[in-house]
Design a protein around this ligand. Structure first.
Ligand code: NCD
Length: 305
């Protein structure tokens, strides 16, 4: 059988995503039942780019399943620094581990990796392109909060150009019924055209604005993002745009009572601390949820293997 990977969120059908959500919910209810499911298995985390949550939540997920982890958290401590190709690294690590989670600054790197891999590869972020496991975390959190993934107006705010979590989330949500997007960004950080074309082709409603308050009253999910400093070509532009949005209590004045505020984290200045104790702020729950959905994902990919 062909090895299953997760490179793009579309690699998983809606049904498969539903199942992951079911398993993740069951893990939360019955942790003990899962604590030896991966005995004897090894996860490698190959992180060529910085991370806190994604890498540690993958490691925590595997440890909570009874498995073990190995890997590196910066490319300078791997043989990449000596000039080794990604393909060779993956080929070798495939002999050391049963499953690989990798993050890479180059868009498309995971696609190169799967060509050289005998074990499942999980894309834990490739440049400004995709971040499918953050999207699974987001879908899981939305489902826990709203009990549905259909009939939602989703506001995405901040760096829609370089924010890979935004790109994957839009790609995923596009498949559900009656979804509308409010795309809130400065003109320099608008959503890439290829995604807008997809929305147009599928006749999905979206509005672009640079004003965070304009459609606040209509939004069910407000997805805040950080301006992606590391993807800017010059510092001046970054400095000009980095504090463009700061979500405050005042800006939430017209928001729905049951709004859900998400953020993939790390937060810099785009959400004021005062918002943290608003009961609609769910970004820390979202980070916790990431472990359980990654546990479900590891189980699924190892099963398929
Ligand atoms: C995101 C990422 O790496 O793209 N972080 C994460 O994985 N939770 C978002 C970001 O870095 O801004």
């Amino acid at each position: 059988m062909k090895t299953k990977h997760l490179i793009d969120i579309k690699d998983f059908s809606k049904k498969e995503i539903d199942n992951l959500i079911k398993v993740a919910n069951d893990i939360i209810e019955n942790r003990e039942k899962y604590s030896h499911k991966c005995d004897g298995k090894i996860l490698a985390t190959l992180f060529f780019e910085p991370s806190t949550r994604t890498r540690l939540s993958f490691e925590s997920a595997m440890l909570r399943l009874g498995g073990k982890v190995l890997g590196f958290s910066e490319s300078s401590s791997s043989s990449t620094a000596k000039g080794e190709t990604l393909g060779d690294t993956i080929r070798v690590v495939g002999g050391y581990a049963d499953i690989i989670a990798m993050r890479h600054p180059k868009e498309g790197a995971p696609t190169v990796a799967i060509k050289n891999s005998i074990v499942p590869i999980i894309n834990a972020g490739d440049g400004g392109h995709n971040h499918p496991t953050q999207t699974l975390t987001d879908l899981f959190t939305i489902n826990r909060e709203k009990k549905r993934l259909d009939n939602l107006t989703i506001g995405l705010c901040g760096d829609l150009k370089f924010g890979r979590t935004v790109h994957s989330l839009i790609t995923a949500m596009m498949r559900y019924k009656n979804i509308k997007f409010v795309l809130i960004s400065p003109k320099e950080l608008k959503l890439p055209d290829y995604l807008k074309e997809l929305l147009d082709n599928q006749k999905i409603e979206y509005i672009e604005t640079n004003n965070i308050e304009e459609y606040m009253k209509d939004i069910d999910i407000l997805y805040m993002t950080r301006v992606q400093k590391e993807r800017f070509f010059n510092e001046e532009d970054y400095l000009r745009l980095k504090d463009y949005y700061i979500l405050t209590k005042e800006k939430l004045k017209t928001a729905k009572k049951d709004l859900t505020i998400l953020h993939p984290l790390p937060r810099v200045t785009e959400i004021a601390k005062e918002v943290d104790n608003d009961k609609r702020a769910k970004y820390f729950e979202q980070a916790y949820n990431g472990v359980y959905i990654r546990m479900a994902l590891i189980l699924k990919l190892l099963e398929e293997k």
